[in-house]
Write a protein that binds this ligand. Structure first.
Ligand SMILES: [Mg+2]
Length: 323
């Protein structure tokens, strides 16, 4: 006997969260609840506007189509929509007892501009100090100076930087010029510095600053391979697909000598706590990139440990479909 409930959620974002081109006012998606023989499993399906190919409506339709088959006793193929495949695979993994409860609640703190604020947060952090800085939003020279200031102020810090393919090669070079050569090895990686992967590879070779693939991982025809100057791949399950697909990428990365970093696509606290469990399970040596909890004004059902952000409960959600 199988039972299914699909809940729809809509949570207000903090003011001023801008994706590529638009302000994101609400975070929309679904929670799916599967039950069978006294076992249960949950998953979050939340395509991210401008990053996911699918809309939330398309995700809902694909989820219902899959759930109808599952409810009748079938084992349907993975959805072709990554957010749907991911959420459903999490629910199945919980149902089958395959997703361990232990979680990695460390998160690499994210700096969007003010280095002083980050230095304070880092001074309260114990253990391995890793932070992430978005670059490419201001002048490349300013980015270079911020990185220098941080690495100088916190001697045991290593940094993950992310340029989201925003720089021309010349701009990337002007950034590199301002980073003290003695500090460059403490940049764990710089995600996608240039507009094309070829330019980014050449940048890594010429500057000695390691890079990581993020957008490229989702490009058609991407292969995980060892390449000079490439240190890591970033895995955003909501944009990538099922847990099985994520595991494939992680083991391919390991075989190629690359780090795999599980990262968020602005999931709710529900999705983030699952990502923390996935990270602890599949990439235990790597701090996941999950510092996006505070971008949403409310947590959802499952809470991030220690967070004081208010919580929206299951009884406040609309049931989109059940059977
Ligand atoms: Mg990135």
């Amino acid at each position: 006997m199988r039972t299914v409930t699909l809940y729809r959620f809509r949570l207000p974002m903090e003011a001023g969260v801008i994706l590529r081109y638009q302000r994101l006012k609400t975070r929309d998606g679904f929670l799916v609840h599967l039950q069978e023989n006294g076992q249960q499993g949950w998953g979050e399906i939340a395509p991210l506007p401008e990053f996911s190919k699918e809309t939330v409506e398309q995700a809902g339709e694909a989820a219902v189509a899959w759930l109808k088959q599952w409810h009748l006793g079938a084992e349907p193929d993975e959805s072709e929509l990554p957010s749907v495949a991911f959420g459903l695979s999490c629910a199945l993994a919980e149902l089958q007892g395959k997703l361990p409860e232990d979680a990695d609640y460390r998160k690499a703190p994210l700096c969007n501009g003010d280095p002083d604020e980050l230095i304070v947060r880092l001074s309260n952090m114990s253990g391995q100090k890793v932070a992430k800085v978005k670059v490419g939003l201001y002048e490349a020279v300013r980015d270079g100076m911020v990185v220098n200031v941080l690495l100088e102020a916190v001697p045991d810090l290593s940094l993950r930087l992310d340029a989201n393919r925003s720089w021309s090669r010349a701009k990337a070079d002007s950034f590199a010029k301002y980073v003290n050569p003695d500090y460059r090895h403490r940049i764990a990686f710089l995600e996608e510095p240039c507009q094309t992967p070829e330019e980014s590879l050449a940048f890594a070779r010429d500057t000695g600053i390691a890079i990581a693939w993020d957008e490229s991982v989702r490009d058609e025809g991407f292969n995980v391979e060892a390449q000079a100057g490439v240190a890591a791949i970033v895995i955003k399950p909501t944009l990538i697909g099922s847990l099985a697909r994520c595991r494939q990428l992680i083991s391919a990365a390991r075989n190629a000598g690359l780090e795999a970093v599980i990262s968020s696509s602005i999931e709710t606290s529900f999705g983030l706590t699952q990502l923390a469990r996935i990270a602890h399970w599949l990439t235990p040596a790597t701090i996941p990139g999950l510092d996006t909890l505070e971008l949403i004004q409310s947590q959802l059902v499952r809470c991030w440990p220690g967070s004081t952000v208010p919580v929206t409960g299951l009884d406040e959600l609309e049931i989109a479909w059940c059977s």
